[in-house]
Design a protein around this ligand. Structure first.
Ligand code: SER
Length: 637
């Protein structure tokens, strides 16, 4: 049986053998990507190259990308959902297409790692007249030939969602299932977004195992996409060749392949066990939690899974510089840790334990992700800090709960009155319960538990209302945090590109005026302004702001050429370039220089000469962003 480490290596070696350059994982917090808070798939860091920019390492790229999907937090607990996962990825940037991709994937899965083709099922795009995009018959005929080569007559069938498997091997599905873009289905894609039909591969864990029959889907037909868990998607071949435009879909400059497959899921297929928490990735941490709690995984699957998933995710996120907090990405790290502590508490774990579990994950992952070892102390300290904070909060929350209950006891004793539509009417108000939830982090189960301990039964109807309130709040805060935290460039328009170059000059100016400790902490750039976060402990004085403005304006007036060179991270460092080293592009990075004014590692795009900027640069606002981080809003006028 392969371990996660071996599987990852085999995949990368396989594609290296097919002339792919292997690149390291990009960080979990995307750079220059305004569409998302987290890197949730391998292709996100590749967008510029899928759109046609030259990748410094060529047209064939492969990697194993750390990914985090915040939307899946509440789904963790079943046998296959995780928030963090590693996505094995390979890309053709205008090079090979369907034929090579499909046959290589089949070769990898069935020959290289030995999955039995009899248990493999695949899907293809059904076609969509309203989009004017045809059915993907090409992929289907490639799949048929390949299956035939191993003695399997692969029947293609349609409407499996209505009619079930129909003895098919290849299934057509609509855009909801077989279309991929960062924004999802075509209707949700903004203009300028790339996407395309895909062909997914599924592993069958077996009809005889009663998985479908014992699931929420038991009354519906079982098919590869029915989500009962009998079939697990183990990889997705996206044929990314379309661009959404004002006039519908057009072809991109080039035909791309974007393949992504979950490392954990492929391992589960190899295990032939649909529980991904039974793969070697979680083994040691699971044993540790069994030791700490005195409970067995088998009897407490949901709690174990939440703890395992959430702590692994929090460990990776902190390692990528996201600390627990109330806003933006930090909010999710806080939620992960608090949920893990809650579930551990339920299992009877009394003492702080997150750091111990994180250390186990770190020791397994450090050979692939070296920063985890160097940052181990920081990661463990942040986990501990949050754990302690949560315990204090819980205690305080319980006191408030008790106080509130003491004054509302009489009302709560009455039966639920249909006419009383809000919690307010019940005194143990929605507001209070909601405060317990939002300010003190009391999850629903805890509120029920604590109420029950005090002989108070909370009606289902009331809980539903509370739940709706929670959802409203989550949607709001998510929207707010996404709206607020959009990082990077809003688009690649001329004006935004100018501002991007100005941002480089501004960072150089800040470093000159305030010192070398200044580094970029985040940016949000559109055609109207720059918002820029940087590390600096103090408020800037008027003189300092003026000095930075003068520096930038001088560079603009000097009509200096902007030059891009590709070099190794080592060379970039020696050349004094500012930026993160060796994170993203493997052996080569792009360095943008603006005369002697600025030299910075960056993916672009930039203007060709500062003379393209016709206006003067001005810092409009300088304020605190978070502890040790300042935020500038700057414009040209
Ligand atoms: N972008 C596709 C996915 O995330 C394949 O990499 O599924």
């Amino acid at each position: 049986m392969l371990t996660a480490k071996q599987l990852r290596q085999k995949y990368l070696d396989f594609f290296k053998g097919k002339n792919h350059a292997i690149i390291p994982s990009a960080p979990l917090v995307p750079e220059n990507d305004p569409t998302t808070l987290f890197t949730g798939s391998g292709m996100q860091p590749m967008i510029a190259y899928l759109m046609g920019e030259n990748h410094p390492l060529g047209k064939r790229i492969a990697d194993s990308q750390k990914s985090f999907r915040s939307g899946d937090i509440e789904d963790v607990g079943d046998n296959r959902h995780t928030t963090f996962f590693e996505m094995l990825g390979n890309w053709s940037l205008g090079d090979y297409f369907k034929q090579e991709q499909i046959s290589w994937m089949f070769e990898f899965l069935t020959k290289e790692i030995g999955l039995d083709p009899k248990n493999l099922y695949v899907t293809a795009f059904r076609g969509d007249e309203s989009l004017n995009i045809p059915r993907d018959d090409e992929s289907v005929s490639i799949w048929k030939k390949i299956f035939k080569g191993v003695g399997i007559e692969a029947l293609d069938v349609d409407l499996a969602e209505k009619n079930g498997m129909q003895d098919g091997r290849i299934f057509y599905y609509p855009v909801e299932k077989n279309w991929w873009s960062r924004a999802g289905v075509p209707a949700n894609m903004p203009i300028g977004e790339p996407g395309g039909p895909d062909s997914e591969m599924f592993w069958d864990f077996g009809a005889g195992r009663g998985i479908h029959e014992n699931s929420d889907w038991k009354d519906e037909p079982c098919h590869v996409n029915c989500d009962c868990g009998r079939f697990m998607e183990i990889g997705n071949n996206v044929f990314m060749e379309y661009l959404k435009t004002e006039n519908g879909f057009e072809f991109l400059k080039q035909k791309n392949v974007d393949f992504g497959g979950g490392l954990e899921r492929i391992l589960a297929a190899l295990n032939n066990n649909p529980d991904i928490f039974l793969t070697d990735i979680f083994e040691k941490a699971k044993v540790e939690i069994e030791k700490l709690s005195g409970k067995k995984y088998e009897d407490n699957k949901e709690a174990f899974r939440v703890i395992l998933d959430h702590l692994r995710a929090a460990m990776f996120l902190i390692g990528d510089g996201v600390f627990p907090g109330n806003k933006d990405q930090g909010y999710f790290v806080r939620r992960l840790i608090r949920r893990a502590v809650r579930f551990a508490h339920k299992l009877g774990v009394q003492n702080n334990f997150c750091g111990d579990v994180a250390k186990i994950f770190i020791s397994d992952y450090k050979s692939e992700y070296a920063n985890l070892e160097t940052d181990q102390e920081k990661i463990v300290a942040e986990l501990l800090k949050e754990e302690n904070k949560f315990r204090e909060t819980l205690e305080k929350g319980l006191r408030i709960f008790d106080k509130a209950i003491a004054t509302t006891w009489d009302d709560l004793d009455k039966p639920w009155d249909e006419n009383m539509q809000t919690w307010d009417a019940r005194k143990l108000t929605g507001k209070l319960v909601f405060d317990l939830y939002s300010t003190y982090g009391f999850p629903k189960e805890l509120i029920i538990e604590e109420a029950n301990k005090r002989n108070i039964v909370i009606s289902n109807k009331a809980l539903e209302e509370f739940q709706e309130e929670v959802k409203r709040h989550q949607d709001l805060s998510r929207t707010a945090s996404e709206g607020k935290f959009k990082g990077g460039l809003a688009d690649h328009s001329e004006k935004t590109t100018q501002f991007h170059t100005i941002a480089h000059l501004m960072l150089a100016g800040l470093r000159k005026v305030l010192g070398e400790n200044v580094h970029q902490k985040g940016s949000n750039i559109n055609g109207e302004r720059i918002r820029f976060d940087f590390s600096h402990p103090d408020k800037m004085t008027e003189e300092q702001k003026k000095a930075v403005e003068d520096f930038v304006n001088e560079a603009i007036e000097s009509k200096t050429e902007v030059v891009m060179e590709e070099m190794s991270p080592e060379e970039a460092k020696n050349a004094g370039a500012e930026g993160e080293f060796g994170h993203k592009y493997g052996d080569l990075v792009k360095v943008y220089s603006i005369g002697n004014y600025s030299k910075e590692i960056c993916g672009g795009p930039h203007i060709k000469n500062t003379s393209e900027i016709k206006e003067r640069f001005r810092i409009k606002k300088e304020e605190s962003s978070s502890s040790g981080v300042r935020r500038i809003k700057a414009v040209v006028e």
